[in-house]
Design a protein. Structure first.
Lengths: 218, 409
């Protein structure tokens, strides 16, 4: 999945670079990001009790199409709205049961589509423009081939409602190009999976992400 | 858009912080295979007629171990010598040697165990002496020494009794409770052999302090009486309001009185938060402190509600809580007295008794006097003359005026 996204990202960047003609505060933009992702231990519950998944640090990547309101819409304020397609992946490290922790294997992958809005200060003369933002959307969470000491535990996916808050700052490299450094907290409603025995398991997903992005203004 | 987004973020970021904790897992591993069981014993061997607790620990593929004492199936090679229950508690019935087995999921482990013919020589209760305030529990244990010089714990099979049941009681497991001040012997007995431990029961001990009202909210300009109650180990409670030293954490918002008769009276001054703290020194347990939060809110006085209770010359009740509106006239006879109650209604719709803080005045003290003295606020007494007298009740920036018509008896 990450190779396909990387190819798509490269293609879109190459395709869009020649379009940078009219410099402006206002207008559409395209952005692409990569980042490092952290997941706190994930608690999973069902009638048999709870067990926790401990995952390694992972990575995340996203593509977004957005519109910068510039300073021409004072009735709305200054900032951006965008639609973002994201992908995050983590490898399972350990599974904790009541008696202790056992080595685990498998991946936790998340595909998301988010509609986000970012507020920025009205004065954009400085090179760096800070922002804060909020987004809502949907995420498909996949516990891919999760095993405990080679015994199958969960291999299932679920679509859930997702929210995201973020902050960061954009550095204006040129009239058409902004380097964006940011943090995102991404959380979802309770995903439900079936374990290897067919029993329902209520899980959770809360993700911390530090990312670097390029915004290309049309 | 910016302001709305920032507001949403301010709401959401506490959720981000709250999302960083995970509870301990409660589900047992059921993925790894049980590979071995180890049996451990409370004693290496036991005397006849005593008991012994066995424990089974399972090893799961070398990754985990857990207590499976109640999960395994226990067995004894000779139940005439030793029986064992599902919880791993074995009872010796005759001298000899048996082989105990623990089996689960096809895995079995065994242990040879000897029951001796040793006879009991003496018991030892521990601790030999201890003390407890009335209402507090203390545990005793008993061990036996046998004629082969072995010793073992007999807590589960000894009989316990209090030789001074008015002073202390004891349960079947050796847990003693002080009932009254004094000294009690707690006795353990097994096969006719006894020993005692001494329990000295002392005065009930302070175990908790509580301020009333707990976390409260009042408007500024009000006086509220706070109380401090001590809870003791015997289950009793004592009002410690007058013995405590009271302070307010922020005296710009509220003060608290320590004068005799006014202890614990909180006066709210300005909107804000403070803690009301009561410090108390207990002769036995030392320094104690209790605190409760107080919020002084922005509510203001909207109306004064006035009620009168009328008593006859003998103090008998004539009528109770008669509502009096401003400008109204109230008729009484010259041998009656009245106790007025003023209720302040505030802009947050809360109501408080302001009788003690209100100012009471009579327009003609020859007809009726009305008291502002501590403890008698709002008490009206007819004078030597009859007729009409105006009464004014004022508090904060409001006042209410009505007429009291005193008629000849």
């Amino acid at each position: 999945m990450n190779k396909r996204l990387a190819r798509l990202l490269t293609f879109l960047l190459c395709a869009l670079l020649p379009l940078g003609a009219s410099a402006a505060d206002e207008g559409a933009y395209f952005s692409a990001s990569v980042g490092g992702s952290y997941l706190p231990e994930i608690e999973n519950d069902n009638s048999a009790g709870s067990f926790n998944l401990d995952l390694d640090y992972g990575y995340a990547t996203s593509l977004a199409l957005g519109y910068d309101l510039g300073t021409k819409h004072p009735e709305l304020g200054t900032g951006r709205v965008e639609i973002e397609f994201g992908y995050r992946s983590h490898e399972l490290k350990e599974v904790a049961f009541r008696e202790g922790t056992i080595d685990g294997a498998g991946d936790l992958d998340v595909l998301s589509i988010m509609l986000s809005t970012y507020a920025e200060p009205e004065d954009r003369k400085a090179d760096w423009t800070p922002y804060v933002g909020l987004g809502i959307g949907a995420a498909r969470i996949t516990l891919d081939g999760i095993t405990v000491s080679a015994n199958p535990l969960i291999d299932d996916s679920d679509w859930v409602f997702a929210v995201q808050v973020g902050l960061g700052s954009g550095y204006r490299i040129s009239d058409h190009l902004v380097l964006d450094l940011g943090y995102r907290f991404f959380a979802t409603t309770t995903p439900e999976f079936k374990d290897a025995t067919g029993a329902k398991v209520d899980s959770e997903y809360q993700n911390h992400l530090v990312q670097v992005a390029i915004r290309l203004m049309f | 858009m910016r302001h709305a987004t920032i507001r949403l973020l301010l709401i959401f970021f506490p959720l981000v912080l709250a999302a960083c904790s995970t509870d301990d897992p409660t589900r047992s591993n059921d993925f790894l295979a049980l590979t071995s069981i180890s049996i451990t014993s409370e004693h290496e061997g036991i005397a006849n007629l005593t008991d012994n607790q066995f424990t089974a620990t399972g090893d799961y593929s070398g990754e985990l171990s857990k207590d499976i004492t109640t999960a395994v199936t226990w067995g004894s090679s000779d139940e005439n010598i030793l029986t064992i229950d599902a919880a791993g508690l074995a009872t010796a019935l005759a001298p000899g040697t048996v082989r105990l087995t623990a089996t689960l999921e096809g895995v079995e482990s065994s242990l040879a165990f000897r029951v001796s013919a040793a006879g009991i020589v003496s018991l030892t209760v521990t601790p030999a002496s201890q003390s407890a305030p009335v209402g507090v529990e203390r545990d005793y244990h008993v061990s036996g020494t046998f004629d082969d010089t072995s010793a073992q714990n007999l807590d589960r099979i000894a009989s316990w009794s209090s030789l001074d049941p008015a002073i202390a009681s004891v349960t079947d497991t050796g847990r003693a409770t002080g009932i009254a001040v004094g000294t009690a012997d707690i006795q353990a007995e097994w096969l006719g052999v006894t020993d005692v431990g001494t329990l000295t029961v002392t005065e009930a001990e302070l175990v908790a302090l509580a301020i009333d009202p707990p976390a409260a909210e009042y408007p500024a300009g009000l006086s509220v009486e706070y109380t401090l109650t001590g809870s003791y180990s015997d289950g009793t409670s004592i009002d410690l309001t007058d013995q405590a030293y009271w302070t307010s954490d922020d005296e710009t918002n509220a003060t608290v009185d320590n004068a005799a008769g006014e202890k614990g009276t909180v006066t709210t001054l300005a909107s804000g938060l403070t803690d009301i703290i009561a410090s108390y020194t207990d002769e036995v347990t030392g320094e104690w402190e209790a605190s409760t939060g107080l919020e002084v809110n922005h509510a203001t006085l909207r109306e004064i509600l006035l009620f009168a209770t009328i008593y006859d010359a003998n103090g008998g009740l004539v009528s109770e809580d008669v509502a009096i509106d401003a400008g109204e006239r109230l008729d009484i006879s010259s041998d009656q007295t009245l106790q007025f109650t003023a209720i302040g209604e505030y802009t947050d719709n809360a109501e408080y008794d302001i009788t003690r803080q209100a100012n009471w005045a009579s327009g003609d003290t020859a007809i009726v006097t009305i008291s502002n003295s501590a403890g008698f606020e709002g008490t009206a007494t007819p004078g030597d003359e009859t007729g009409e007298a105006g009464i004014i009740v004022s508090f904060a920036d409001l006042e209410i005026l009505f007429t009291l018509d005193v008629n000849q008896q």
